[in-house]
Design a protein around this ligand. Structure first.
Ligand SMILES: N=CN[C@@H](CCC(=O)O)C(=O)O
Ligand SMILES: [Zn+2]
Length: 397
């Protein structure tokens, strides 16, 4: 058993405290930590550090938990840059664009889907994302969704079944709902932990979404919802009613929706990169936090609305545009996100650094996490450890 002492940590963000405002519980300055067998064996003030078999000096940099990205659609084929270009010239995003990706995904082999998803997973990992969720939802037939779920399970830590993404062209709505809640669910469930539905005009209404989500729950899956992205779709209310783990997007909100979420166990997962790419209004993040709701930040990496794997970009945008504090944004992208996938506590908890916990962490080429928003767009993550294993060289560039 080899132990490694990491020294030279100017600021260690553990996010092991009681909330983003718990500075003393979340942060140690002039810190050190010891990794052993993929886990944190010790952490604390550098002056108190015990000896270890090996030593790595990160040279006065900040260390924080790896990002926890709880909303991606990594399994797809094709490109939607023309649609993006048209949108930037004044068009509006609509759910129907999904059909373009469905056609390309159906035409791809499973190997091609795995290769594409792995490329994005690798890209995300190199930028500090040590835990990632991925959804199906771009095949929309039984064999294709099962293929997508297998591909997602190859590259992601958690898989979500999103058969209810769009009713495919030429298929009767009722027939499709029967397929999603019957044979498609049966084929995908062995690879998935969650079910999701796109509850939106142009996709599925509240009744249809409820039917799909309840079928998933009966099959043993947790519930997630794409809600209130393009209008007040009722997705937030449905998510709270079903005690969903998370309702994602949340761009169009009433005050009642804020109160509902604040009084629930459902996490509001905000997707700032998607909001910029679709030019939807940002969610009322401050109002949600001030009302006591739990929030998470995620990339929503997909070819239609948010083609980025950068959690750092989401954190910077959440601070600069959505008025989160640095501590709130970093928390929402790590420990807050862990809540949204049921991984906040326990031996395999993610999103925080604690003795005995997983050594999933990143090193910034900066003395503090405030640089994530202070120096937006700069690739600050120079070192990543996943389960203690070195992903990139982070020490002294
Ligand atoms: N909104 C629904 N699904 C994806 C986008 C799908 C697409 O346009 O390809 C999203 O989360 O934004
Ligand atoms: Zn999505």
């Amino acid at each position: 058993m080899t132990s490694e002492l990491i020294t030279g940590i100017a600021e260690l963000t553990t996010n092991a405290g009681s909330g983003p405002g718990d500075v003393d519980g979340n942060r140690i300055t002039d810190a050190a930590l010891i990794i052993e067998e993929g886990r944190i064996a010790w952490l604390g003030a550098a002056v108190d550090a015990p000896d270890a078999d090996a030593r790595t000096d990160v040279g006065g940099r900040a260390v924080l938990p790896g990002w926890v990205d709880t909303h991606t659609h990594l399994v797809f084929a094709g490109d939607r840059s023309a649609e993006f270009e048209a949108r930037m010239a004044g068009g509006r995003y609509a759910a129907g664009g999904i059909a373009t990706t469905v056609a390309a995904t159906r035409a791809a082999s499973e190997e091609q889907l795995v290769t594409g998803a792995r490329r994005l997973r690798t890209e995300a990992l190199a930028q500090g994302t040590t835990f990632l969720e991925a959804k199906t939802g771009y095949a929309l037939d039984v064999e294709g969704e099962a293929r997508s779920a297998r591909a997602a399970a190859e590259v992601a830590d958690v898989v979500t079944f999103l058969g209810a993404h769009l009713v495919p062209a030429g298929v009767d709505r009722r027939d499709y709902l029967d397929l999603v809640t019957g044979p498609m669910l049966a084929a995908v469930a062995p690879f998935a932990s969650y079910i999701d539905a796109f509850c939106e005009v142009g996709a599925f209404d509240v009744e249809e979404s409820r039917e799909v989500l309840l079928a998933g729950r009966a099959a043993g899956l947790g519930v997630r919802v794409h809600g209130n992205q393009l209008g007040e779709s009722g997705g937030v209310r449905l998510a709270v009613e079903l005690e969903a783990a998370s309702v994602d997007h949340c761009n169009h909100f009433s005050d009642a929706d804020v109160d509902l979420l604040a009084g629930s166990s459902t996490v509001a997962t905000l997707l700032p990169a998607c909001d910029l790419s679709t030019r939807e209004p940002f969610p009322p993040a401050r109002a949600l936090i001030d009302a006591g709701a739990s929030i998470a930040l995620a990339t929503n990496c997909n070819p239609g609305t948010s083609y980025t794997t950068s959690m750092a970009y989401c954190v910077a945008t959440a601070v600069l545009q959505m008025r989160l504090t640095i501590a709130e944004a970093v928390w929402a992208a790590t420990r807050g996100a862990a809540v949204a996938v049921g991984r906040e506590h326990g031996v395999d908890a993610v999103g925080s650094l604690r003795v005995g916990g997983l050594a999933d962490l990143q090193v910034l080429d900066a003395p503090s996490v405030s640089h994530l928003a202070y120096r937006p767009g700069v690739p600050l993550t120079v070192g990543v450890r996943q389960r203690g294993e070195r992903v990139t060289i982070g020490e002294r560039r």
